[in-house]
Ligand binder design. Structure first.
Ligand code: ARG
Length: 464
């Protein structure tokens, strides 16, 4: 059996079963680039304060660079006997560069892994932001393409009031732009360097924490190095992990709602859109089927992302300070969140970009005069009828139309006037969808000019 790196006080190595149980290198090898980056900064810092010589630091750094290259090209052998990514790299390095026996000076895997993960998070935030923007671009292009298309807006999945399809799609733009803000705020909190916290209580050695922070890009907006302020917090908490999973869960929630809406729109019952063949699948039995699998999988994977958030919350909530090995289980949920969220964003982008609108079914659905019952109430309000009375009157008109099987806008004027004398011949103008939308030109409303303003605003936002 191999002696572990920490094996000094042990008389025998771990059982095979324990090696298998304890290893994390099968998943945390993904942290290798950040681990190497962190180790190089640490080595340069050790040299700057005289704990190693400049030559030793240089030898360590070029050794780390070679190992990085080996890992990138797939020639590095990961060994579960060395537990994790940190030990695997250190072992290989020390074999090639004897000076590397000094690398772990004033450092613990506890502050090392916390640092690696923050570097990972900085990268992850950047990826999420760029892919989110890609989806937003696809949404914006579609919104632009369907500017003229009116559809019913729904509450309780019942027809409510007419909107434009652009307004519906731009609602998602708002949600995703808040997600983007959340990613940016998360990134700010990630940019604080834990290295120097040691295992729990820092170190007696004369290290320079700001040096490492600056080297690794842990700086605030003014470029000032940021270091964690409590060594116990730095190695014990995982709130950043939870926040990351939380941001991903919100993105996933939004993705899932878009997916659900488009699934409905693409059903024969709605028929508002046609999905691109490239993002749908067929049935093994029913030859006619074209199923919205991309969207259903987005809805499904969102459940998994939310599950990972719960995993992380549960993992941390009962732990005594500070580091406990439980925390090794913090990485798979985070990686899964990132991978799933990026995938879902990209697949939705492709699906939306390739989606085509069917104008006829939209027109048919939105020409339901009941969608304008509320506008008729407003018409009466302008004639001086108190709102509650107007609401009641239009309710009675809707009841009459249902009873007499005559659509609301076809009720004869004299019949309508029997219910409400304030109704005049111009009441039929209420039933123009075009007019209904053009009357809604205040901020936040679906009037065509407002939509024009919003489309322009989003274009500037996305290009900045
Ligand atoms: N692989 C470990 C983790 O991910 C690194 C920290 C190990 N620290 C320790 N005291 N065993 O949590």
């Amino acid at each position: 059996k191999k002696q572990a790196t920490w094996g000094g006080r042990f008389s025998e190595g771990p059982a095979d079963q324990m090696v298998r149980f304890s290893e994390s290198v099968s998943f945390d090898q993904r942290l290798a680039p950040y681990d190497i980056q962190g180790s190089m900064a640490h080595a340069r810092m050790l040299a700057s304060v005289g704990l190693v010589s400049e030559e030793e630091a240089a030898a360590i750094c070029s050794g780390l660079e070679r190992i990085g290259e080996e890992i990138r090209s797939g020639n590095f052998t990961w060994d579960p006997a060395f537990e994790d990514v940190h030990m695997n790299i250190e072992q290989a390095l020390t074999k090639a560069v004897p000076e590397a026996a000094k690398l772990h000076t004033a450092r613990s895997r506890n502050d090392q892994v916390a640092t690696d993960m923050r570097l990972f998070f900085m990268d992850a935030g950047e990826q999420l932001a760029s892919v989110l923007k890609g989806l937003m671009r696809a949404l914006l292009n579609q919104a632009e393409a369907v500017r003229e298309i009116a559809i019913p807006g729904y509450t309780h999945l019942q027809r409510a009031q007419p909107v434009s399809m652009a307004h519906h799609l731009l609602a998602y733009m708002e949600m995703f732009s808040r997600d983007l803000e959340r990613v940016q705020e998360f990134d700010k909190r990630a940019r604080v360097c834990p290295l120097g916290s040691g295992a729990i209580a820092g170190t007696t050695l004369p290290i320079d924490r700001e040096f490492v922070a600056r080297e690794l890009g842990f700086v605030d907006e003014q470029g000032n190095p940021q270091v964690t302020r409590n060594s116990m917090d730095a190695v014990a908490d995982r709130d950043l992990f939870i926040e990351f999973a939380g941001v991903c869960s919100l993105v996933a929630t939004h993705l899932s709602r878009v997916a659900e809406d488009i699934i409905l729109w693409s059903s024969q019952e709605f028929g508002f859109v046609r999905l691109p063949d490239a993002y749908t699948t067929g049935s093994s039995l029913m030859p006619q089927k074209k199923n919205p699998d991309s969207l259903e999988l987005i809805r499904g994977k969102s459940a998994r992302i939310m599950g990972q958030l719960t995993t992380l919350l549960t993992l941390v909530k009962g732990l005594p300070l500070t580091y406990n090995r439980d925390l090794q289980e913090d990485k798979p949920p985070v990686f899964d969140c990132l991978d799933m969220t990026l995938d879902c964003l990209l697949v939705l982008e492709g699906t939306i970009a390739g989606m085509a609108v069917n104008p006829e079914p939209c027109k048919k659905a939105v020409s339901d005069p009941l969608l304008l019952a509320t506008d008729l109430v407003d018409y009466l309000v302008l004639k001086g009828v108190p709102f509650r009375d107007a609401h009641h009157i239009v309710g009675a008109l809707v009841g009459l139309s249902e009873k007499s099987a005559c659509s609301l806008n076809d009720i004869p004027l004299d019949e309508a006037q029997k219910i409400c004398p304030q109704i005049e011949a111009d009441w039929t103008e209420c039933f123009s969808v075009k007019k209904a939308l053009s009357l809604r030109e205040r901020p936040g409303m679906p009037g065509p000019q407002q939509i024009g303003v919003e489309l322009k605003r989003w274009k500037t936002v996305l290009n900045s």
